[in-house]
Write a protein that binds this ligand. Structure first.
Ligand SMILES: Cc1cc2nc3c(=O)[nH]c(=O)nc-3n(C[C@H](O)[C@H](O)[C@H](O)COP(=O)(O)O)c2cc1C
Length: 441
């Protein structure tokens, strides 16, 4: 039977209405959340680990030159990518990973998905202007957040400190630049994060407006052996980083010196680049909010407890010329470094007991970065402590990277009983022992 022509119209209308709505549902049903942008495989970067540490510095001015997808892919893989063994490129804190990374460029804000090394659209549009202060304009902004259902702010800080180090090292190895920036409330939260997520850090990423310019001039005055290049690259350490349960054996003086230095020491290199607005001449292995460097590094061996002095000249200058405000090196001074004994005796068992980690009993080296709240000045308030845990995470991660480059084992432990650790170190309540890192074979 033949249908009247208007019925055909009605049918067509219904079909196209349904088709339109189905397509709409498909697009919105997949909710921009599901739209993924695959990243190319990361580049193979063979810069020796210690060189990437010597070159670590903040860059705050960028050119408009684009960052390639390959470069971005390499930096994100280093940051928090998955390796062939299914582990991430950083250590778990308290057996958990809670990190979330946002990547923001002129097109959209994306979330990094390490599972299949891709970017998932979070919001379309250019949000960079909403997030940053003008001098930090760059092709990319990278936002570091943590899942508050999985970690508290200090644990989140530690995990993000490891990620921030990987981003800064890898960016620098690619001749790109970045700076860690932290605000209260965090800039990345202006993006409108899901309820369970908390922001901490924003890192611009691009080509430095002022080229890197380093000279190798350690001027190392110390009984500790001078820092040398190992044979392994940053990529090697990221691929082989392992949280070992049992840590024991013996270490050479060279190994001990390299590992302690990686936690908080000064670079062998002098920076001649005259970056704006802050021009430091000798950088340190980790960044520090306001350049305050408020940590004291304690070292425990079978012989006793020692405090690591990274450069006594800087300590003297910042004490007698408080106008300089921070223990940073504006001059390129010689590095006068040493370990000063706090206590004689073997306290490793006590530390193992306090932390409920019997397996570090025989660790030849235990390092504890302790926050001195007095040195944190106005940033010793509760809401800023997470930034110091970021710095502790950066320092601990350096120890893990350096140990791995020397083919040693290491492990980060999140302390549960700060008062008892302070008792062993003979410190009062103005100190917060942030992490315990055991190193050995
Ligand atoms: C948690 C944290 C927050 C920081 N916040 C800022 C910031 O908001 N703006 C900035 O320019 N630098 C910031 N920095 C970078 C420090 O100023 C820098 O690391 C320090 O001055 C030493 O300089 P260098 O990294 O070039 O060696 C921050 C560093 C850390 C670790």
């Amino acid at each position: 039977m033949k249908k009247p022509i208007f019925m055909k119209y009605v049918q067509l209308l219904i079909i196209s209405f349904l088709m339109f709505n189905t397509t709409t549902i498909l697009i919105y049903g997949s909710n921009v959340n599901q739209i993924e942008k695959e990243l190319p495989p990361p580049l193979n970067i063979d810069m020796i680990l210690e060189e990437t540490i010597f070159r670590r510095m903040s860059v705050r001015e960028f050119t408009d030159n684009p960052v390639s997808d390959e470069e971005l892919s390499t930096i994100l893989w280093a940051a928090f990518g998955l390796r062939e063994d299914g582990k991430h490129t950083i250590s778990k804190i308290n057996n958990t990973h809670a990190a979330i990374i946002y990547v923001i460029n002129e097109e959209a804000a994306y979330k990094y998905n390490p599972e299949n090394h891709s970017l998932v659209i979070f919001k379309e549009g250019d949000f960079r202007g909403n997030l940053v202060r003008i001098q930090y304009d760059a092709p990319y902004q990278i936002g570091l957040c943590w899942d508050a259902d999985k970690a508290d702010p200090n644990q989140g800080g530690v995990e993000l400190g490891q990620i921030g180090q990987n981003i800064q090292f890898m960016a620098n190895a690619l001749n790109l630049g970045t700076v860690v920036t932290g605000e209260i409330p965090p800039a990345i939260e202006r993006l409108g994060l899901p309820d369970n997520e908390q922001g901490l850090i924003l890192m611009p990423l691009g080509y430095p407006a002022i080229q890197y310019d380093f000279i190798d001039r350690p001027m190392w005055i110390s009984l500790l052996p001078k820092i040398k290049l190992s044979v392994n690259s940053l990529t090697y350490s990221l691929e082989n980083l392992n949280e070992n349960e049992n840590i024991n054996g013996d270490l050479t003086d060279q190994e001990i010196s390299q590992i302690i230095w990686s936690s908080y020491g000064f670079s062998n290199y002098i920076d001649n680049s005259e970056q704006e607005p802050v021009h430091l001449r000798r950088h340190r292995t980790v960044p520090s909010a306001h350049g305050y460097y408020p940590f004291e590094i304690y070292v425990i061996t079978d012989e006793g407890i020692f405090r690591y002095y990274h450069n006594i000249l800087i300590d003297i200058i910042s004490k007698y010329f408080p106008v300089l405000n921070s223990p940073v090196d504006f001059f390129g001074l010689p590095i006068i470094t040493f370990l000063s004994k706090v206590k004689t005796g073997d306290f490793r068992e006590e530390i193992a007991e306090i932390t409920s980690e019997p397996n570090i009993n025989d660790a030849p080296l235990i390092i504890i970065p302790v926050l001195n709240l007095e040195n944190a000045k106005e940033l010793s308030i509760e809401s800023a402590i997470r930034f110091w845990f970021y710095e502790a995470g950066a320092s601990a991660h350096n120890i893990m990277l350096e140990s791995t480059a020397l083919d040693l084992s290491s492990r980060i432990i999140y302390p549960i009983n700060s008062d008892s650790i302070n008792n062993v170190l003979e410190l009062n309540e103005n100190y917060i022992p942030s992490l315990i890192i055991a190193v050995g074979k």
